[in-house]
Ligand binder design. Sequence first.
Ligand code: SF4
Length: 947
Amino acid sequence: MKYESRAALSRPVADEVRKTTCYMCACRCGIDVHIKDGKIRYIEGNRDHPVNRGVLCAKGSAGIMQHYAPARLRAPMKRVGPRGSGQFQEISWEEALETATSWLGEVRARDPKKLAFFTGRDQSQSLTGFWAQQFGTPNYAAHGGFCSVNMAAAGIMTIGGAFWEFGAPDWDRTKLFVLFGVAEDHDSNPIKIGISKLKARGARFVSVNPIRTGYSAVADNWLGIRPGTDGLLILALVHELLRTRRIDVDYLVRYSNAPWLVIDAPGTADHGLFARDADGKALIWETVTERAVAEGSRGARPALSGRYTLDDGRSAVPSFQLLAEKYLDPRYAPERAAEATGIDADTIRGLASEISRVAFEETIEIDQPWTDFRGERHESFVGRPVSFHAMRGISAHSNGFQTARALHMLQVLIGAVDCPGGFRFEPPYPKPIEAHPTPHGKAEHFGSNKPLSGPHLGFPRGPEDLLIDPQGKPTRIDKAFSWDAPISAHGLMHMVIANAHAGDPYPVDLLFLYMANMAWNSSMNTAGVIRMLEDKDEVTGEYRIPKIIYSDAYASEMVAYADLILPDTTYLERHDCISLLDRPISEPDSVQDAIRWPVVEPDRDVRGFQSVLIDLGTRLRLPGFVDSRGQGLYRDYAHYIVSHERRPGIGPLAGFRGRNGDRTGRGAANPDQLKRYIENGSFFVAHIPPEARFFKHANSAYQDFAVEMGFFDKPQPVTFQLYSEILQKFRLSAEGVREPVAPATHRGRILSAFDPLPEWYAPFGEDDGEEFPLHALTQRPMAMYHSWGSMNAWLRQIHTQNALFVPGMLCDRLGLSDGDWAWVTSRHGRIRVPVARMEAVNGDTVWTWNAIGKRRGAWGLSTDAPEGNKGFLLNHLINELLPPKGDGMRWSNSDPVTGQAAWYDLKVRIEKAEPAERSEPVFMEIKALVPDDRRPDELRYGQEWSQ
Ligand code: SF4
């Protein structure tokens, strides 16, 4: 049915339509909220919105049931019974804010690091990070460490950007799209729209995933790979491309560090680093004059192979020579990779051949003159129409960082980064590592009643930037940026509670969390974390984590463990800012940002968390939140959004800046900015000029545009770092030849994981051996974003309980049929679960939907709700620590480079169980978070349950 006829059939159902931004998952689609008699009647996609073009998923339309859910918190509360009892007393906001201010103020005056402030998948990290910096604690991060920091860090360190919020496939032009490790709810509507474009054009879509559901189900080819081996598959593809000489040499020479000379002086502090001139510029070997010159020298013809003697007598080789030597080694041959990956050698060779055929024989050319940053003019944009996308499936392993690096290297080798048909950057990316801060949190960076001297999160350039004390001890509670996880660019949220409980590296006084369900599905070792939250000091009788403040909109499991609850609004009752300073929503051809605004007013005594944080900042007189007389700078978050400036003229929103609202990117604060956004559908778009749209990393018109928009203050072109000098610096420290020297306990781990060229090693979970032969994974379903839909009456009808999906052959061997029960055992625990047979899954893998199982009593659900009885989590099988190594050390269950939580390293065995009524383990019901009189037996659309 055409749009016109569909529109003609519609009859108005509302008094008014208000346009805002969805928050039922992290995609940030535009929505039209239809309102009648002051109540939300209907939600549909905004057809003008650049993210979703009117497309709305099940979650988005079910936002109405999220908004009216009985599980909404109603007022601030203080705990009056033991932690976990669910006994709370409602209090006034004044009492809540006074209590929080006194707890926070006392910590800030005495020892600010004793505040650990961590947020979940919030979309205001630019504000929350700024607040934590002004408070002065080094202990801040959001959820990235347990989500996909491997993807982000590896991408930024290799090409200056990464997938999703940093870039996207060129859906309109790509001819071969290869998707690694993405289920069906990541970047949800944009990927669905993109795949439909591929299908309409007949482009080929290959999915590499152990499980064939969601996007994989509509792929032309599905490669059911063994979990944790994607990196080896990618390096086997690289082996084949090098062996058949199907790489883009011109692209490598122009845009990557392939020609940069690497010093070959084993046993010295410079071995493996780039040879540089007096100005610090990397050297290349110029083949005409036969001498070393600075990279980028006009007219230079660099060598990609050979061995050369530098003026100081040292020997050096182009980094590409090291790369080619490494990956041409037979250990990366398809036959060898086939064994580990489960993908046969012919298929690997076939995929490599198809990648090279499409890249080099189906080239795209767009007639558009452009000039590169070295001043060379090009008559057209030449594209290699092969694109890749990946996410948590490859990154949530202990080898995920190097796997993601390998994928970016593959894209660069075929010349497919930011070209027509390839992977394309989304502004403000690409951004070279030099444009990112180093992390702050060393002892000299903070002190009582002082702000932290710089941002918490960033990229160390070498071991000298680690956040450790002179004895090598971590200065952060999560041990981020320590020898344990040196490049933990998003922190290690999954370690915060365990470390705070253990007092390692020190205890904290106050844990402050926002929308992070750490007492249930967001923690490894859930039962253990619950015990840690409840645990008391034997001598003092005080909780080991003395105070917990938590903000959430709903009665999640975590609420029961807080001492003070600051109730948040729903996403339809608040101001929010989807900012370029934060996690952007731009497209490859345009700069975009957006807002949320209260399309309905709260009917409860709740406040938006960001406004509460600003209020607390003012009460605490934090710099950046008060003026020189101690007067608050911002009334609330809406006021902050329009008036805060991070740098002169640069604020949270890029659109409608300047006194008249006619400036974009840079410009004075505009008090009417939110009004202008609302009039514009709650989003803003600025198109990139045609000559600046591709090769952004090297395109002078794009670099000028980026400066004009305020992304940078001077052009910041990116040279792709296939060979990472930063990683090599850590290896030199581990070899003991470079200061600071790595502790002996960490040397082997760093030497094996910090290869300057992408490497594959078996995930640490493989150490569990034959006793636990199966991989166990979770995926997010299309209709549920983690636990966000737990209270949603419509979405619960789609997923009320989960089952363990077991490969058919394994079912036959174990005598399992649909509806049977099985025990699933890991090194850490044992759970009893219902099973379902599945054929389209890797034969060594079992899996289930993530976060469907609930604790009884939480989320306002009745005690007989299936989620609390038959639903289950795999989290009980995963420990936050790896098994003891025999040397007294226990590493966190993380990638050793970035600290990314290795959720998908889990290995298990399964056995048939007797028929049962409920899954195990069984937890005590949480009482009274939502009283019975506020919990109707049945929820229906339109019913007056909003109290
Ligand atoms: S994909 Fe669905 S839930 Fe996510 S933002 Fe878009 S409409 Fe909302």
